[in-house]
Design a binder for this molecule. Structure first.
Ligand SMILES: Cc1ncc(COP(=O)(O)O)c(C=O)c1O
Length: 480
């Protein structure tokens, strides 16, 4: 059972990774969460405590500037995490819920396929920000994890994870210093696509006395980051190997937009193109005398094709554990299909307006950048109800008429504009008796798992329709 309140958990998590990880309520959290080394790192990286900052802000607001106003009135307790054994139908909502058995099946499936292809799996932790999930993946055979930001890595280091690749460029003196310090605690690596980044890493690692792995980021078609010519890659390689504390480990070749192309033929074609560019870059670097042992990249949507093209030595997939609605809208043909394991538990909070009900999970409970959530009933996408629109704290649920009912599990994502309504307006002949009554718990499969995790302090882990554990989303909000 967890007795931590939501507010104390979040302030602890944001400010003291080592202590928050060591106070994790998970039975599986027995690893070196409170190791001396990570604790010492956390203390050096920890800004001033939130309590004093927020109290002084509160004092200013009160106009006295002397008597700090308590942030939470002591006689009102905040919502506590559910006790272990609570029926999942009784979880207070909105809550982020993981079906543990399904998540484990997804983790096993990806690991099995990756190992069978003779490739290493380095799952991306940006998808969940939760060290307990990384532990499951490492126990299954993952070689390490990816994080996208330096701060995101800190709770994972504090939780005892020993091998982390920052799959991103890092710019900014403090972040580079933190990265170099982390590299003196655990095996770390980072991406570069510019000489200035290498200079900064070189100085920081000398100061920290650490060794840092470096990957040259290659643009394989997404046109986000990464160099695009062999000449640029060789120039960066020369600079990297000139610094003994920097270790050139290989290249990163990730194509993000390909992951979400619906057609498997299209994903295969684009993955083949990316693999060709990556393979040629690796060959070119080796021919110029530089090491290029690891070619890392790939994600949930491209993994099966990345295996087949035989160029990647390491796959960085993350979302496969959860299978959000956007990823479920891809068409899959092979072994690598995954099941939904992540849900937002919501509750019907109003039935006052005819033809619809309103649930208590809106924009502050889920990300809709990749589309509205699916309503999940009896192990599948509902054929009777649709989540038709979100506002800050409300979600409108309406009945589907026959034409609107989903056929093969496909949906129309609302696109990057983040529109918050779907085409399902209230049908003229709505039968209110088919709508769920006030107080009904409704499960929603979120459109996009990564930013949805970032909205929650804790993950309610469910098995056999009961709460089995509560895991801190320890890197929630750590995006710098
Ligand atoms: C660099 C990088 N690698 C891997 C991933 C993981 O992808 P996914 O969660 O889609 O499997 C991402 C996701 O955006 C990424 O940016």
């Amino acid at each position: 059972m967890t007795s931590t309140t939501a507010s104390s958990a979040s302030s602890e998590l944001a400010l003291s990774p080592a202590s928050s990880a060591s106070s994790a309520p998970s039975a599986s959290s027995a690893s070196s969460a409170s190791s001396a080394s990570s604790a010492s790192y956390a203390s050096s990286a920890t800004p001033a405590p939130a309590t004093s900052a927020s109290s002084s802000l509160a004092a200013k607001a009160s106009g006295t500037n002397t008597q700090p106003v308590p942030v939470n009135p002591p006689h009102i307790s905040l919502l506590e995490a559910p006790e272990i054994g609570t029926a999942s139908a009784a979880i207070e909502t909105p809550a982020l819920v993981l079906d543990l058995d399904i998540a484990r099946r997804n983790i096993e499936r990806m690991q099995r396929a990756t190992s069978a292809a003779g490739v290493k799996l380095r799952p991306h932790a940006k998808a969940h920000k939760c060290p307990d999930i990384s532990r499951l993946q490492l126990a299954e055979g993952a070689v390490g994890i990816c994080c996208q930001k330096v701060s995101e890595a800190i709770p994972f280091v504090a939780a005892g994870i020993r091998d982390i690749h920052i799959s991103n460029e890092v710019v900014g003196a403090q972040k580079v210093r933190q990265l170099a310090e982390l590299a003196s605690e655990v095996r770390m690596s980072v991406c570069v696509d510019d000489p200035m980044q290498i200079d900064a890493l070189a100085v920081a690692t000398v100061v920290a006395g650490s060794t840092l792995g470096v990957f040259i980021d290659i643009d394989v078609g997404q046109h986000r980051c990464g160099v695009s010519t062999l000449e640029q890659a060789v120039a960066l390689a020369k600079l990297i190997v000139a610094h003994p504390q920097l270790e050139l480990r290989g290249i990163q070749a990730y194509h993000g937009s390909n992951q979400h192309q619906r057609s498997p033929e299209e994903r295969n074609r684009t993955a083949g193109h990316a693999a060709k560019i990556a393979g040629e870059m690796a060959q070119g670097l080796r021919a110029a005398g530089f090491p290029c042992d690891t070619i890392t990249g790939g994600g949930t949507g491209s993994a099966e094709f990345d295996f087949a093209h035989g160029v990647y030595t390491e796959i960085q997939a993350g979302s496969y554990v959860f299978m959000d609605a956007d990823y479920a809208s891809n068409i899959y043909t092979g072994e690598l299909t995954f099941e939904h394991s992540l849900f937002i538990a919501s509750t019907v909070m109003s039935v006052a307006v005819q033809g619809q009900v309103v649930v208590d999970a809106g924009l502050k409970s889920m990300s809709v950048d990749s589309g509205l959530p699916w309503i999940w009933e009896q192990g599948q996408r509902s054929i009777a109800l649709t989540y038709a629109g979100a506002s800050d704290e409300h979600g409108v649920v309406r009945p589907l008429n026959a034409e609107q009912a989903p056929s093969t599990g496909s949906t129309e994502p609302t696109g990057s504009s983040g529109s918050t309504t779907s085409s399902a307006s209230a049908p003229a002949s709505v039968d209110d008796r088919s709508l769920p009554p006030l107080g009904t718990q409704i499960l929603l499969a979120p459109g996009h798992c990564d930013p949805t995790f970032n909205l929650y302090d804790r993950l309610i882990v469910v098995q056999d329709e009961r709460v089995a554990d509560v895991w801190p989303i320890a890197a929630r909000g750590m995006s710098w």
